[in-house]
Structure formats: C-alpha cells, structure tokens
Design a protein around this ligand. Structure first.
Ligand code: BJW
Ligand code: ZN
Length: 251
C-alpha cells in the first residue's frame, strides 16, 4: 500500500501496538540540514576534496592516510555544529516513552536521536562524536571541531580513530544482535529515511517482515524495501511521523 499521509488504518495499528521497532537512516536528519549519502532531494554528500564517500569512509584510507580521514570527519562534525533535531526526531523520542517495548536502531552517526531525547539508541554505525583508541580500545568524546591535534591521541599515547563503522568493518559488538532481536519481536517495524542499500542494516526490515511484523516505510522516494513493505508513506519524516498519534487505547 502506498500513500502520502498516515491513514486511519495505520494510525489504529500504531495506537494498538505495544512492541515497536524503528530503523532510521540519513533521511531523518535531512530536514535538520545534515546531507544524506545517496539522494532524496536535499543536500547529498557524494564526494569531498575530489574523493567519493566510499573511499573517504574506508578502512583502506584510514590505514594509509589517517590524517585525511580525520579531516573528513572533522569537516562532518563542523557541519553538525548548529544542527538541531527536527520534528521527526522529536516524534521518535515521544514514542520511546509511550510503548511497552520500543527499540530505536539507527545507521546515523550524528547523535541527533540522543539530543532529541531518546535514551536508548542502537548505533549500528557508531558515532561521529567519539574517537576510539587503536591501542587500548577506549572510546572518548571528542572536543568540538576543529581538533587541535590531527590525528588525535588517547591518553595512553595510542592513536585515536573515528568511532564509526567504515565499509568492510564489523559493527559494534552486540549491536546487530540486539537490533535483530527487536526486529523479530516487534509488531510494527518502521523503516525511516534510508535507501536500505547498506548491509547488514538493510536485512532488518526483511527479517522483521519474515518474523511477522507489519512493516511501514517513511521516505519521499521508493526504495528496495518498498515492494516488501506493508505500507510506504511517501513523504518527509518530519512531516509524517508527527501525524502518528496514540489514540485512546492507553491511559
Ligand atoms: C528522507 C528525507 C526525509 C531524504 N525524510 N527520508 C551483503 C550484501 C551486499 C554487501 C554487503 C553485505 N554485507 C556486507 C556488505 C558490504 C557493505 C555493504 O553493505 N555494501 C553495500 C553498499 C553493497 N557493508 C559493510 O561493509 C558493513 N560491514 C559489514 O557488513 O561487516 C561484516 C563484514 C566485514 C567484512 C567483510 C564482509 C562483511 C559496514 C557498513 C558501514 C557503512 N558505513 C557508512 C559510513 C559511516 C561513516 C560515514 O558516515 O562516513 O554508513 S556508509 C553510509 O551508508 C553510512 C550510512 O549509515 C549508510 C546508510 O545510508 P542511509 O542512511 O540509507 O542514507 P542514504 O543517503 O543512502 O539514504 C537516504 C534516504 O533518505 C533516501 O532513501 C532518501 O530518499 C531519504 N530521505 N530526505 C525521510 N526528509
Ligand atoms: Zn588508549
């Protein structure tokens, strides 16, 4: 089913559910002004300093030119400086309070779900706001950009790397497992603002569907998930998500 607004049937299902899981991607932050990776109408980062994102965010480049990779991430952190959560993020923060079981899984590294008020966020691809020591493994909050030291170091003397998951790297321990558990147990699975081409995140809506969840996609464009979703709402997250309300079924 394809629609451009939240229908009464979707609103009723939502109001009656008690277990909800959500997967978000770059599209949810688009209305806050954060560029997406692969289209969707707004600003999109394809390349920076003449290199494509796939090369910049790669383990190969990190091994050969960590300074350049840090400059790329520092540039991205600079873009986030004045960015605020939008109505889509805020709706998800309200959902967390409301449902008996609510799991928010994000591919985003911008930290905006936490800023919006979600207390538990499974960050599949890590965070732009943290570094991780390549010697002792400690993660630490980074100072605001620009970084004074490039590449930055841990107090143990080891080099820090961005605490993000680059192509070909494993996801943070346990993160994907917790996400698949939520996908298997939920009644409604939302896929919001993701092109769903990056794995293993893109398996989550598929596994939720196989486990019997009702899958609702929110995206201004059709994606690979659209033919598999029970409903696709063609629209912007910040406009669509606040249209879901909880109805009278719970006090
Ligand atoms: C709106 C909107 C609005 C606009 N409202 N919506 C199985 C099959 C095939 C390949 C693989 C596979 N398993 C693993 C792979 C390899 C690889 C992969 O998936 N490659 C594919 C690209 C082919 N995956 C990996 O390497 C992963 N690791 C892994 O699997 O480890 C195990 C392993 C190790 C070694 C060997 C083999 C296996 C790791 C993936 C890490 C991805 N990292 C990135 C970069 C992070 C750092 C950085 O930011 O630079 O994460 S890639 C990039 O894409 C970023 C994103 O999180 C990710 C997903 O993008 P997302 O969020 O979907 O954004 P967009 O831009 O694509 O889409 C935006 C959407 O929003 C659009 O649809 C718009 O329409 C929509 N939109 N405005 C709502 N207002
Ligand atoms: Zn260290």
């Amino acid at each position: 089913m394809m629609t451009d607004h939240v229908t009464d049937d979707l609103r009723r299902r939502f109001a009656q559910a008690s277990r909800v899981a959500v997967l978000t991607g770059a599209g949810i932050s688009a209305e806050s002004g954060v560029p997406t990776f692969r289209g969707g109408g707004g600003a999109t980062i394809w390349e920076w300093r003449g290199k494509p994102v796939s090369e910049l965010s790669s383990a190969e480049l990190l091994a050969t030119d960590p300074k350049l990779v840090w400059e790329w991430f520092d540039h991205r952190r600079g873009l986030l400086k004045d960015v605020k959560p939008n109505a889509g993020h805020l709706a998800l923060a309200a959902w967390e309070k409301r449902f008996d079981a609510f799991t928010l899984v994000t591919q985003n590294i911008d930290g905006l779900h936490a800023t919006a008020g979600n207390r538990e966020v499974i960050e599949l691809h890590g965070s732009l706001l943290r570094g991780r020591c390549t010697r002792c493994g400690t993660t630490r909050e980074l100072p605001p950009p620009p970084l004074p030291e490039m590449p930055p170091r841990c107090s143990c003397g080891g080099l820090l790397r961005p605490d993000v998951v680059l192509f070909g790297e494993d996801l943070p321990p346990g993160a994907y497992e917790r996400a698949t558990d939520a996908a298997a147990l939920c009644e409604i699975f939302f896929v919001i603002g993701t092109s769903a081409v990056v794995y293993p995140a893109a398996y989550l809506p598929r596994s939720a569907k196989l486990a019997g969840a009702f899958v609702i996609e929110v995206n201004p464009e059709e994606t690979d998930i659209t033919p598999r979703a029970d409903a696709t709402i063609l629209g912007k997250a910040g406009e669509i998500l606040p249209q879901f309300d909880f109805g009278p079924h719970k006090a």
